[in-house]
Design a protein around this ligand. Sequence first.
Ligand code: FUB
Length: 328
Amino acid sequence: MYQSLCKRLAFLICFIFLVHLAKSQNNPTSGNPIFPGWYADPEAKIYGNEYWVYPTYSAKYEEQVFVDAFSSPDLVHWTKHEKVLDTANVKWAKKAVWAPAALKKDGKYYLFFGANDVHQDEIGGIGVAVASKPDGPFKDLLGKPLINEIVNGAQPIDQFVFKDKDGSYYMYYGGWGHCNVVKLKNDFTGIEPMKDGKLYKEITPKGYVEGSVMFVRKGKYYFMWSEGGWTGPDYRVAYAMADSPTGPFQRIGVILQQDSSVATGAGHHSIIQIPKKDKWYIVYHRRPLGETAANHRVTCIDEMHFDKDGKIIPVKMTMTGVKAYSLK
Ligand code: FUB
C-alpha cells in the first residue's frame, strides 16, 4: 500500500514536471541579455522572416575594430555572425567602431557606423558600408567618411537612418549633446539640401546627449535619444513627438532608465515594430546590477506600449525578456 502510494506520488511529480517543461518549451522567453557578450547600442531590424541585431562591440576603443551581428527567427534563439564589418575593409577606420544603423534598400544591405571617435581636424566620423547579404561582408561604400566634419557642435557618431513616407532618407546623428538632421542622397553617397535649402539642421531637444532614433506610429513622428553619461548608472532614454521628420521636437519624458531591482545604465536603443501590427519592442543595452566597468554593457529586449493618446508608457525592464514571436 505504502509503496504504491509512493509510486503514484512519484508519477504525479514527474507528470507535473513534464507538463511544466513542455509549457516552458512551447512558450519560451528570450531572457535578458538576449545573447552573451558585452555588446551595446543595438540596432534591431527585421529582414524577411528574421530579426537582426547589429550592436557595438563594447570594449576598449582600440579593440572596437569590427561589428558582429546576431539573427533570430523568433527573438529567443540567436545566431552570432562574426565580423560582418571589419575595419580591415575600411581603410580610414582605425578604432571606436560604434553604433551601427542598418537598413535594406533595393536588395542591398547598408550599415552606417561611427569610427575613430573623431575630433576637429581628424579623419573619422560616420561611414557607410554595403553588402549583398545581412551577414556581410560589408564593404566601405565611399572610401572615406560620409560625414567627417563637426557641424553645430555635434560629433559625427550615433547616426540613425529613417525613410520618410515620400521615400526621402533622413539621417539623425550627433554626440557631445548636439543632434543634426541631414537628408541623404538616394544612393547614400552624400547629403543634399533639405526643403529649406539647408544641408545640416540642428534639432537638439532638451536633455539630448546622443543615440538618436526615429519612427512613425499612427502618423506621428517619434524622436528618441539617450541622456546622461553612458559610463554611469543614470544613462536613460527620452523622447518627443512631432508632425514632421525635422521637428520641432519638444521633450515629453523618460521612458527607459535604471531600475534598482534589474539593471543600471539603460540606454542607446532601437525599436522594432511587428509588420502590420501595433506590437512594439525596445532593444537596448544596460549594465548588470553591481557592475561598474564602463564597457560592461549587454543587449536586452522588452516590450514597448503606448497609452490612448499615443504617449509611450515607461518601459518595465525585465530579466525574462520577451516571448517567442515568429514572423512566419
Ligand atoms: O558604444 C560607444 C558609445 O557609447 C556610443 O556611440 C554612445 O551612444 C554610447 O552608447
